[in-house]
Design a protein around this ligand. Sequence first.
Ligand SMILES: [Fe+2]
Length: 265
Amino acid sequence: MRCLIVADLHYSLPQYDWVVQEAPRYDLVILAGDHVDLSSAVDGRAQMVVLAKYLEVLKGKTRIVTVSGNHDLDSRDEQGEKTSRWMNELHTIGVPSDDGSIEIDGTLITLCRWWDGPLAQARLGEQLARDAQKPKQRWFWVHHAPCYDSPTSWSGSKSLGDKALLEWINTYRPDMVFSGHVHQSPFTKAGSWVDRVGTTWVFNVGQHPGVPPAHLVYDSEHYEIVWMSMAGIQSVKLDHPLVRPVPRLAMPPAWALENEVSATG
Ligand SMILES: [Fe+2]
């Protein structure tokens, strides 16, 4: 299985166009939250209409999954907690999203919504407990906020990570957790796009303007994950210990260049 992982595209339509262009090369595209840009001059409702259309187009190119981020919250649920109603409705166009999970080739991928109150947090805890019981060879989570006390949530002066996520990781020990949210973590001193919490690999894709967006490429056959961004190319072998500083590569590994769509890809 080959996956492309992006996060925090924040209504950057050129970045969505790039993902649409690249998607056919991958078995799965993971969009790890924050589709909407709350600071945009474009009305939030209009953004959601356009973004849902992009997700529908993407779904026509390959398998996709997504989760909400804090920018995606657009209303309150029956209990008064903020929720992403427009993303709750993505199942009507066949896009797996918040509260869902999919299984591909023995890998279970749990899609964690942005929780903005104790009730949604408790429901996510129940979802993880249920998915823990499902048979699987590997378990991935997509959770917009990165975990607390990790370089992947380092703002440059403090951790902006999620303490509940850290507890859940310590309890369930998933294989990988894909996040975004703290845009600068991979680019700050003492920050990083990759970390290990016990045996779990955790990632923050990072965010910067321009095309291509910061992204991760994962290949299950090579058991390697590559981070590509304006800061260069780095990779970790998932069956090796994490070594810091993470080595920089002059070129992506050969497998990551297969079926390349364009020189900018
Ligand atoms: Fe964001």
